[in-house]
Ligand binder design. Sequence first.
Ligand code: GDP
Length: 193
Amino acid sequence: MKVKNAEIVISAVKPAQYPVGHLPEIALAGRSNVGKSSFINKMLNRKNLARTSSKPGKTQTLNFYNIDDILHFVDVPGYGYARVSKTERAAWGKMIETYLTNREQLKAVVLIVDVRHKPTQDDIMMYDFLKHFGLSVIIIATKADKIPKGKWQKHLKIVKETLELEEGDEMILFSSETAQGKDTAWNAIKSFL
Ligand code: GDP
């Protein structure tokens, strides 16, 4: 897909602020620092549209991006940031649960993991949570450029086995540095629209 126009519509914290209308939505989730903003920017051909907003103290919002009036990307704040307080964590959980479980426009969730490392407990929890609510998941295993090609398959296998990936959930090797996997990722996303 060749994106012409991508712009932020709103940073929402509650349903009343979600955009109205019927554009299909693809949510993007991942551990803080995993490369989610880089993924979004690469997919949208933008340098700096999505920024890391997962640092403690910053407002945790769901950021809706309108892409060519065809779909919304919904950037979910990163999880697993160690220094977040219990109260902040609870607020985050409530906000994303409200969105992920009640949003009719939501078609699939892109879960971003780091292909170099075995998925964390937080990654597993997020995947299980998404499956529990019957959501379709696309796994993006990013930072492929950081490991040699000869090790890709071994790492992908570890990701797949650790998450206990369900039949039908696609896993795509990706790199925001080289754009590897970009077309495959767009095709996977388009199949849900
Ligand atoms: P976020 O917190 O999940 O939004 O993570 P960012 O997109 O801000 O990325 C965190 C760090 O990882 C930054 O320094 C990025 O430059 C780097 N990064 C993200 N994706 C890739 C990738 O595919 N390859 C490489 N080499 N670095 C990446």
